[in-house]
Design a protein around this ligand. Structure first.
Ligand SMILES: [Fe+2]
Ligand SMILES: [Fe+2]
Length: 168
């Protein structure tokens, strides 16, 4: 049985994962509204992935006979400035989430809740990947700089479209 503190913290993290999903969905909408469908697609995929994180915690709680209490999800911003600024926000957000997961892990350790600790190790590893992906995006966009042709090429690459003519 999960302690009340662990249940409260996992419920909060389910909400945090939903907020991440909502934030990336808002960013996707913004990218697509300025015709960066590749960046938008990347963000849509991130948004969907955050939902799988929430559901993983949701299922874990039910498996352990915890009580799910869904919290209110905050409103994400709808304006994001430049692409560099936006993807820097993605990276910052992922770092923040890593901090939340680490806190949750420390709580599980302090309670000798081994099953929860093991479950959270998956999230700790996932955050390494998430931070790396976001950081790669920031680096690539910074390389493109103010060169709109380079940004467009990056966008098309993400969209999975070939930038070369057939036969090239
Ligand atoms: Fe997540
Ligand atoms: Fe994430």
């Amino acid at each position: 049985m999960l302690s009340q503190d662990i249940q409260t913290a996992i419920n909060a993290q389910i909400k945090n994962e939903y907020y991440s999903s909502y934030l990336y969905l808002s960013m996707a909408a913004y990218c697509e509204s300025i015709n960066f469908s590749g960046f938008g697609g990347w963000l849509r995929k991130q948004s969907e992935e955050e939902l799988t994180h929430a559901m993983r915690l949701f299922d874990y709680m039910l498996d352990r006979e915890g009580r799910i209490v869904l919290d209110k999800i905050g409103q994400p911003p709808s304006e994001f400035g430049s692409l560099v600024e936006m993807f820097t926000q993605v990276l910052e957000h992922e770092k923040e989430v890593s901090g939340m997961i680490n806190k949750l892990y420390e709580l599980a350790l302090s309670e000798n809740d081994h099953a929860t600790s093991v479950e959270l190790q998956w999230f700790i590893q996932e955050q390494v990947e998430e931070e790396k992906n976001a950081s790669d995006m920031v680096e690539n966009i910074k390389l493109a700089g103010d060169n709109s042709a380079a940004l467009l090429m990056l966008d098309r690459q993400l969209a999975g479209e070939s930038t070369n003519a057939p036969g090239e």
